[in-house]
Design a protein around this ligand. Sequence first.
Ligand code: CUA
Length: 160
Amino acid sequence: MERYEKAFLAACAVILVIFLGALAYGSVAMGVHLPSRGGLIYCGVGEKLRKVLSKTPPFDHPGVQEIAPGKYRAVVIAKTWTFAPNEIDLPVGAEVRFVATSVDVIHGFFIVGTRVNVMLVPGEISQFDYRFTKPGEYLLICQEYCGELHQTMAGKVVVK
Ligand code: CUA
């Protein structure tokens, strides 16, 4: 009986080490982590939030901007049922800081084939970094149910 207990404990220890290893690999080698909370723009929704956003940098000028050699900032505003901008063009190898928010309800921001997968909360800034190392057209979709045309809410990231 004691022999089985020892074997069971050993198996548990091995599984624990494998899980911790997977966690370390995911966070260090693959760079998977929680997106940082970039801050609050305005607590509220509707017309007031829309007005505040249109006057608050960088959301007064959504789009892609080169902020340093090889470094870009993509400012994105989600609203039912589009992303502004709808297409994000980047050169291969560019380091991008996404700064995004929503103007009405909670939307998602998921770039298929990458680890970019965050929620966009109205009035809150979602900020996250990514580096596109392979050229191609990446589908950008909203992965949070946001209303009757949720399934049409998509855009693309073109890397070349
Ligand atoms: Cu926006 Cu679903």
